[in-house]
Design a protein around this ligand. Structure first.
Ligand code: PEP
Ligand code: MG
Length: 431
């Protein structure tokens, strides 16, 4: 049988869901199976992530075009991979790693490599006439992850600067995706009305497609969220999550955080987050400190009344996760396969984290594409929550619709995160 042997690989430049150029690769096998995938990219990017190769010509797509990466697929990767078997993902990914030869995939571009790696996974699924999650593991998943949905965004908007990047809502105490998504969407739709009433301001579109934060004080934002949730009667079934994306407001020269207009040290930032975590039920807090402060994360982990998760800190990188485990820097990891650069490396990192008892939370990227594979991988390997973004942009609604469709087709229930031992703090009274 040679049906799975690669006959052709072709890449092109298309657009991500935010209109930025992105590499898309298409693989066709000798038996006629096909797989196509784009390499999504982030806006807040960890320095340990696989390198995104952009052309950098300011006069052409504002420097964001990916023609060199596309050429690297068509001229270097394609000839080397022809004849390889799409069902041997590890061999394909090893070959991609070898062709590049650098730790962060700076030669060919992590975006060139990842598009091919993901396209191979999709082609292997097509060969078996399966969906990607079915083709990745023979085990039927016992549950589908719960959504962590971004509703209020930080950034600068309308004269207000909120330093934290994402305020999320997370359904708990239920096992129905349909119900979870309904609650999320109703809260998201009600928030503009409540914010307008409370602040007298029209709500702007936030940088991550959520609502722009109406206040620079995170406690004020959380109060608004609590009020929205309470008004709709969902208090029992909603908790929260926060992505501080702290590297974004860290001043490397000053070795301090520019938070709410003042320079603050690590301890001061931990104290703010500790108070937040004691005041509201948080499922997790992500990137609470700058991306290389493993010791600081370990100190935060001891003090915060929530699960500390690493995104820019860990970059879906097994070595960084091992380091975090060794010093107790985090209890959870954001899973973004393109950060690692190949499907195999990302999966190895996430499975290792799960074996260590960590929460694994797949996430789309700010520059997402509809065929991002992390939702399928996350379902196949029973990861715990999914950062679905705000329920209104293409790649994010694609993720949410995957959840709705999968529940309906398979009858597999959603994970009730309240039942996870690591979430014991949510059951404690006093919020
Ligand atoms: C994040 O930081 O978790 C995120 C989704 O954003 P980006 O894709 O910009 O990394
Ligand atoms: Mg993040």
């Amino acid at each position: 049988m040679c049906g799975g042997k690669i006959k052709s690989i072709h890449a092109r430049q298309v657009l991500d869901c935010n209109g930025r150029p992105v590499v898309e690769a298409e693989i066709v096998t000798q038996g006629g199976a096909a797989g196509c995938a784009g390499a999504s990219t982030g806006t807040s990017v960890g320095s340990g992530e696989a390198f995104v190769l952009r052309d950098g010509d300011p006069g052409f797509y504002s420097g964001l075009s990916v023609c060199k990466a596309v050429r690297n697929v068509n001229e270097i990767i394609a000839p080397a991979l022809i004849g390889m078997d799409v069902e041997k993902q590890e061999e394909i990914d090893d070959k991609l790693i070898e062709l590049d030869g650098t730790k962060r995939k700076t030669r060919l571009g992590g975006n060139a490599i990842f598009a091919v790696s993901a396209a191979a996974a999709y082609a292997a699924a097509d060969l078996k006439n399966m969906q990607l999650y079915e083709s990745m593991t023979k085990k039927r998943p016992r549950y589908l992850f719960a959504p962590a949905s971004n509703v209020i965004n930080g950034g600068r908007c309308g004269g207000i600067k909120q330093d934290f990047q994402e305020f999320m809502i997370v359904p708990k105490g239920i096992t129905s995706v349909k119900e979870a998504i309904r609650m999320v969407v109703e809260i998201f739709m009600y928030l503009p009305e409540l914010i307008a009433k409370e602040t007298g301001r029209e709500v702007d579109l936030g940088s991550y497609s959520g609502h722009a934060a109406p206040d620079e004080d995170p406690f004020a934002v959380m109060d608004l969220l609590e009020r929205a949730v309470g008004k709709l009667g969902y208090k029992k079934n909603i908790c929260y999550a926060l992505d501080c994306a702290a590297t974004g407001y860290y001043d490397v020269q000053e070795k301090a955080y520019r938070y709410r207009g003042k320079l603050r040290g690590r301890e001061e930032m931990i104290a703010v987050l500790k108070k937040l975590s004691m005041s509201y039920p948080f499922a997790f807090m992500e990137d609470v400190l700058e991306e290389n402060d493993f010791e600081g994360f370990a100190a935060a982990r001891k003090q915060l009344n929530t699960v500390v998760v690493g995104d820019d800190l860990l970059c879906t990188d097994k070595e960084r996760i091992q380091k975090a485990v060794k010093i107790g820097a985090a209890d959870g990891v954001i899973f973004k396969p393109n950060q690692a650069g190949t499907v195999t490396e990302a999966l190895e990192a996430a499975r290792y984290a799960k074996e260590q008892g960590m929460l694994v939370i797949p996430s789309g990227r700010a520059g997402g594409v509809l065929d991002d594979p992390e939702k399928e991988i996350g379902f196949a390997y029973e990861f715990h929550m999914f950062k679905t973004g705000a329920p209104r942009e293409g790649s994010r609604t694609a993720d949410i619709n995957f959840m709705l469709r999968t529940e309906e087709k398979t009858g597999i229930p959603m994970l009730d995160i309240e039942k996870l031992p690591i979430m014991a703090h949510l059951g404690e009274a006093g919020y």
